[in-house]
Ligand binder design. Structure first.
Ligand code: ADP
Ligand code: ZN
Length: 730
């Protein structure tokens, strides 16, 4: 048994966030420390953050062992969290220090709690009464002892802050220091629940019953966009709160709009804790602390919120569970959806995976009975799914350099007449994907990546979508020197904006693309304005496919439904199916029925046909059969190995060596493919080579991978990353 407390001087093993492959021994400080305590320890000349992971090893010269500097004022990490980090590290083959960094991603955790000034009612009367002073005192009396910040008090009393300061000088108002990290206000599970329709009620009942069993379970909540899934899982959140447990709702970063937070506030009377890239550092630290001490009941966050130190987590909702942004593609490579299931399994919580178009993985798990499944079949209220049709581009007459077919044009014109909105969807940022020299055929590429530069006319630059590098749009071809021969080839959303403006000169047009906004706030404001009818025609990328609600939108036109079907990605069909269904789901969310028109050169392609006839189950069954036949996920296991470095030959040599010495993999019946240049073979000047490992579903892949990789010594400038269950093949 590991002791839960170490008295002063006892040896403790500390896991730090530094890249070391072992625990370090220290002596417990004065006052001792608990297992899991967050501590500051000396490491060489530095002080670093760590967690007491267990007793010390004692295999180190005891005279040289130093003491823990101090124990931080934070709730110790719970066993369950240490367990989770360990298991997640094993699964993703991530070193523990990197895992701990994920679990401590709030700045200033070691700082003394920061303070701020607050104001309450004092005991003395002011020497002179004024109307303004009376207002301040009246507010303080009304709230019976509650503390205000200066700004809050001045605003509530409708006076200038100097009035408050004047009262402080006289002792009529007390100025005190109070900790800044205060608990989140309690949420009321019974505040604003909606009356559910019968489908929703069945779903909510099932989720409540699952929660009350107080054990692990996962439910796939499937329903078309607008069917009321959010209302259903908010009922599960309510039940979780009633049980006195904490809940976590994960959203794809892009969908973390104020809109959702407002919805939660309307439901529970108060705002939940938030955790995502738009939250200030102070607020992050507050969230981390309060989650740890149980003073945050509900967190709404992006994928990394999964690593917050919950005390008694009862429920994790993963909304839009199929979304690719749940897969972190940088640093620690993990899929938040899968890690949510792991975390819940370890702490006996329920998981709800919500989606209109679930991933094949989740569909298959439900099929196999590992997950429960709930279906909401109809849209809420009057709204119905849009009618879907293909526009066969082989027969449309379209001038060169134009992309809106006559059929789509007429449909848009019809909506304009009726005062309804249309959306033109093209998943390509910028003006044109290729800049070509008409004299020599040269295509302008990035200097650091094997990628073409994309013209962004709005910013008047060429941009590499791999590394973000930009350069001015040249006048002279960099290859042959011909002047004025460079031509934009192919459409991006900015170019669609021009074409649509020419077709409909009086329409109000908005181009929605993440790179066109200075800030997330500006983007949200614009989206809100569009939703209220400020625009007739919206032209957008993937950004609009997710989460936003445009009630007046009744037509969606997809410029190139074939776009995602090219390429060799094993998930190409699944992705196209999901994206097209999501985009189409934007139309007709309110009372007016919608239509979705897909421009395609392959109207008979099985995926396009499945999208059109809306027979989802048969699409999934067919896709599942294909993957099962090929032995690929979710019916087999895969891992990607990405090697990168500045010297192409060195990278390939290592790849060849790895492919040759594959003993540990062969032992579990796994196969290695490659090395091959990664689809984008050079990024930021680094050459990238990949190997792909395929194994049976039941094979102990991680252990074999670890053994295999351990055979090789990496030169200092070579990087090796292991991607378990790779999602994209970059
Ligand atoms: P989904 O999450 O499936 O896309 P939502 O939960 O966002 O669907 O519901 C779609 C719309 O219908 C929202 O505006 C929501 O407020 C409304 N709605 C859903 N269920 C109800 C209900 N039971 N009562 C009133 N409005 C509802
Ligand atoms: Zn680049």
């Amino acid at each position: 048994m590991i002791p839960s407390y170490f008295p002063q001087g006892d040896l403790v093993g500390v896991l730090t966030t530094q890249p070391l492959d072992r625990l370090l021994d220290y002596k417990a400080p004065e006052g001792g420390c608990h297992l899991g305590a967050f501590v500051e320890v000396p490491l060489g000349p530095r002080k670093v953050l760590g967690v007491v992971w267990g007793p010390g090893q004692g295999d180190y010269d005891s005279a040289k062992i130093r003491s823990v500097i101090r124990v931080l004022d934070l709730a110790p990490m719970r066993d369950e969290m240490r367990d989770f980090l360990t298991r997640a590290a094993d699964y993703t083959l991530t070193p523990m220090p990197a895992m701990l960094r994920l679990g401590t991603r709030a700045p200033g955790l070691g700082d003394a709690p920061s303070m701020r000034k607050v104001y309450r009612l004092g005991t003395r009367d002011p020497d002179r009464k004024t109307a303004a002073r009376d207002k301040v005192l009246a507010v303080l009396r009304d709230y019976g002892g509650l503390a205000f910040t200066l700004g809050e008090l001045a605003e509530a009393a409708d006076v200038g802050s100097s009035v408050v300061k004047g009262l402080v000088a006289q002792g009529a108002v007390l100025e005190e220091d109070a900790p800044r990290d205060v608990p989140y206000p309690p949420l009321d599970p019974d505040h604003g629940g909606k009356a559910l329709n019968p489908d929703q009620a069945v779903g909510a009942d099932a989720l409540r019953a699952a929660l009350r069993k107080e054990g692990y379970g996962t439910t796939l909540l499937k329903g078309v966009t607008g069917s009321g899934k959010t209302e259903v899982y908010l009922e599960a959140v309510a039940e979780c709160l009633r049980m006195g447990k904490q809940a976590l709702v994960l959203l794809p970063e892009i969908a973390l709009s104020g809109e959702f937070i407002e919805r939660v506030e309307a439901r529970f009377g108060m705002r939940p804790a938030e955790w995502h890239s738009g939250v200030t550092m102070t607020e992050r630290r507050r969230c981390f602390r309060m989650v740890g001490q149980g003073d945050a009941q509900l967190v709404v966050g992006a994928r990394s919120a999964l690593f917050l130190p919950f005390r008694n987590l009862g429920l994790i909702v993963v909304d839009e569970e199929h979304d690719t942004s749940y897969k972190q593609e940088d640093g620690v490579l993990y899929n938040a959806r899968d890690m949510a299931v792991l975390r819940a399994a370890l702490c006996g919580a329920q998981v709800v995976l919500a989606s209109a178009t679930p991933s094949l993985e989740s569909w298959a798990n439900a099929q196999a009975g590992k997950y429960a499944r709930l279906d909401l079949t109809a849209r809420f209220g009057a709204a119905v799914m849009p009618e879907m049709a293909a526009i066969d581009m082989r027969v449309e007459e379209l001038p060169h350099g134009r992309w809106v077919s006559p059929t789509l044009r007429d449909a848009i014109a019809n909506r304009l007449e009726k005062g309804e909105q249309s959306l033109i969807f093209l998943n390509r940022r910028g003006y044109a994907p290729v800049t070509l020299c008409r004299a020599c055929g040269h295509q302008i590429g990035c200097d650091h990546c094997d990628a073409r530069m994309v013209e962004h006319r709005f910013q008047k630059r060429l941009m590499c979508h791999q590394c973000g590098e930009t350069k001015p749009i040249p006048v002279i071809c960099p290859s042959c020197g011909a002047a004025d021969k460079l031509a934009a080839v192919g459409p991006g959303v900015e170019r669609m904006g021009e074409e649509v403006a020419a077709l409909f000169p009086t329409a109000r047009i908005a181009v929605l693309s993440s790179d066109l906004y200075g800030s997330a706030r500006a983007m949200k404001a614009h989206i809100a304005e569009i939703a209220q009818g400020g625009t007739d025609i919206i032209i957008g990328t993937q950004l609009v496919a997710k989460g936003h609600n445009f009630p007046l939108l009744t037509l969606v036109g997809v410029i190139d439904a074939d776009l995602g079907l090219q390429g060799s990605d094993l998930r190409a069909a699944e992705r196209t199916f999901q994206l097209m269904r999501q985009v189409a789901g934007r139309a007709g969310r309110a009372a007016i029925p919608g239509a979705a028109l897909l421009q395609t050169y392959q109207p008979d392609h099985p995926v396009i046909r499945a999208i059109l006839n809306g027979d989802e189950e048969s699409f999934w069954s067919a896709e599942a059969a294909e993957r099962r036949g090929a032995g690929v996920p979710p019916y087999g296991r895969m891992a990607g190995i990405i090697l990168s470095g500045p010297d192409l030959k060195a990278v390939f040599d290592l790849g060849d060596d790895m492919a040759r010495r594959d003993g540990p993999l062969r032992q579990i019946g796994a196969q290695v493919f490659g090395p091959a240049p990664a689809p984008i073979a050079r990024v930021r000047g680094k050459h990238r080579v990949r190997l792909l490992v395929k194994a049976d579903k039941s094979a102990p892949l991680q252990a074999a991978l670890a053994q295999w990789v351990a055979q090789f010594r990496l030169p200092a400038n070579l990087r090796l990353a292991i991607d378990i269950d790779p999602q994209s093949f970059y």
